[in-house]
Write a protein that binds this ligand. Structure first.
Ligand code: M6R
Length: 592
């Protein structure tokens, strides 16, 4: 989704803004732009497509005299992908960049049009610029407050007011923005990773706060009142954005999984008490979006089967609007790689408002969800650049699995804890072996990449794994794919099975192995090209069979995941798709 950055200081502003903007590329975007201001002018340069296109335009200009600016990567919401719709948007003395969505834009625009205001773009952002210009007064904080009160929706804004060209203003409501505090220079950005190579001191704005930033000073307001904010010193990993010889970040990230599993899990395997005690809860609500929600589906199976605790999994975008029946013994677990997913944040806030205990499983340190939840477990997968999540998802599953093991042990359902911990210790080695069978997955990709539809079938925990396998394939290869509970096929979907349709059956759970196997045979009898992914002890001799090592229930699902990731990866490569940045997708979904 959109990314914003800003700079004020002694450096050449474009030399700060462009590298910072590039560090937000992973979020997904379709156009980019920059505004550079001094006392006399505010130059805006924009381009459609990658930042490199913008850089080509910048290279033709002399921009050395600009030491203040704002920049933006746009993921189109209001209006097509055009230069006119790209940000910054300017009206009169106001130039702004915006991440978020203004929900009442039509109403406001209509009124303004009746006042004969002509809009150049189709964006909701231009409307904000018009309002700020319309209500401009010498106390700009008053102006901003007035306009904020007129807007419904979410926004992180970076603003230049030409009357005060030695200042930047930022505003936050429900979209992320962080201020980087420098030495005689200051920064802002959608996330820390864009500016953490300039500073390790950050101020996090809360909703409805406004910051007035000069080279020397940062003043934060709530309404028109000055408030004091903590400056946090945070030493983060600086991502070198190096593919380390891999053709894509996604492949690099898949291959990193054994090592990061080891890094993240070791401390818990050495002392499981470091994980939170969940014994006081009667039920769990796991809330997340996309792959994170599918990780939650695996978690549900393990929590219910192994720790005998009722677990509900819900998509955050539904959860936030639905009536929730909590009791005082409900724990709400939110899962998010980015920690900035708008719907998941809203679900977390709803749970907190209702005074529920909350636990977050998050990858990005100091992200909104990590800061807001009562308790946070980090997946510690380092930065994930490919839009399609792989390593963060695997870590989410691993942490949920370990949490369910601890709960099962604490409740006395499991006594031989060491046996299970030992299996987790072996997990990185098991995974290395699964990943090493790369050639096999490439062969499968060669067969399926021309398919129109691909199906994944499984039951219970295997179905939960199928959901992620199917999402991975469709999001990066654009092949239509669906995951089905194997027993449901006969109730409609089997009519879609044609000669050669790939059907992947996952069977790791012995209790339903025969059932799913029959369902796979039902599809191959109708011409499907069936693949069976199963375990050593459940192998059947099926013609196209991928076998993973036998492991405990807690570890077993984790051995199948890389197979599905790699099949999706190689299929997308054969289709010549933009693997790391699939079309229309954003890494961090910061709007509803
Ligand atoms: O950052 P989050 O984990 O909250 O993101 C949730 C989903 O948007 C994300 O998992 C998405 O489904 C992935 N791109 C799938 O690969």
């Amino acid at each position: 989704m959109c990314g914003i950055v800003g700079y004020i200081g002694n450096r050449k502003a474009n030399e700060v803004l462009i590298p910072s903007l590039k560090r937000l590329e992973y979020r997904g975007y379709d156009s980019a732009g920059i505004a550079l201001a001094n006392n006399t002018t505010c130059q805006i340069i924009k381009s459609v497509g990658k930042i490199i296109n913008l850089e080509k335009k910048l290279n033709k200009k002399d921009l050395d005299s600009y030491h203040l600016g704002i920049a933006h990567t746009r993921w189109a919401t209001h209006g097509a992908v055009t230069e006119v719709n790209a940000h910054p948007q300017q009206y009169g003395k106001i130039t702004i960049v915006h991440n978020g969505i203004i929900e009442n834009v039509d109403n406001i625009k209509e009124k303004l049009q009746r006042e004969n205001i002509k809009f150049k773009s189709e964006t909701d952002t231009e409307v904000i610029a018009v309002l700020l210009n319309k209500y401009l007064e010498s106390n700009f904080i008053k102006t901003i407050n007035k306009v904020m009160n007129l807007l419904k929706g979410s926004f992180a804004l970076g603003i230049i007011n030409q009357d005060e060209a030695n200042k930047l203003y930022i505003v936050k409501k429900s979209s992320p923005v962080v201020i980087g505090v420098g030495d005689n220079e200051n920064f802002f950005a959608s996330d820390i990773s864009a500016i953490n190579y300039f500073t390790n001191k950050f101020i996090f704005l809360d909703d409805n706060e406004i910051a007035e930033i000069t080279q020397e000073k940062i003043v934060v307001y709530n309404g028109c009142n000055i408030i004091s904010k903590n400056v946090n010193t945070i030493n983060t990993d600086i991502n070198d954005y190096d593919k380390k010889g891999y053709p894509h970040f996604m492949l690099k990230e898949i291959n990193e999984q054994p090592q990061i599993l080891k890094n993240t899990l070791t401390k818990y395997l050495n002392d499981i008490k470091l994980l939170p005690d969940l014994t006081s809860y009667q039920e769990l609500h796991i809330v997340a979006c996309g792959s994170a929600m599918y990780a939650g589906m695996i978690g549900k199976q393990l929590f219910e089967q192994q720790a005998h605790i009722k677990t509900y999994v819900e998509v955050a975008s539904e959860y936030r609007y639905q009536e929730q029946l909590y009791n005082e013994k409900t724990l709400v677990i939110v899962i998010s790689q980015s920690g900035e997913t708008a719907d998941t944040i809203a679900a977390l806030r709803k749970a907190k408002k209702q005074k529920q205990d909350t636990l977050a499983i998050v990858n990005v340190k100091n992200s909104t969800i990590a800061r807001d939840a009562d308790n946070c477990l980090y997946t510690e997968a380092f930065e994930e650049i490919a839009v399609a999540t792989t390593k963060a998802y695997t870590l989410q599953v691993a942490l949920l699995s370990l949490l369910s093991l601890k709960l099962a042990y604490d409740k006395g359902y499991i006594t031989d804890l060491d046996k299970y911990l030992k299996d987790f210790r072996q997990l990185p080695n098991y995974l290395k072996k699964v990943i090493a069978q790369d050639q096999k997955y490439q062969e499968i990709a060669k067969v399926i990449y021309k398919s129109k539809d691909v199906f994944f079938i499984g039951r219970k925990i295997d179905y939960a794994i199928c959901l992620e396998g199917s999402l991975k394939l469709k999001e990066i290869s654009y092949i239509h794919s669906e995951a089905y509970q194997a027993g449901e096929l006969k109730h409609g979907t089997i009519s879609l099975i044609d000669k050669g349709t790939p059907v992947f059956a996952i069977i790791t759970d012995q209790s339903i192995a025969d059932k799913t196997m029959s369902n796979l045979i039902e599809t191959t009898s109708r011409g499907a090209n069936g693949y069976l992914i199963t375990t050593e002890s459940l192998k059947t001799g099926f013609a196209q069979e991928i076998i993973v090592k036998d492991a405990t229930n807690f570890v077993q699902p984790l051995l199948v995941i890389p197979i599905l990731q790699l099949i999706a990866y190689y299929t997308a490569c054969l289709k010549k798709c933009d693997v790391d940045k699939p079309k229309n997708l954003a890494k961090s979904v910061t709007v509803e």
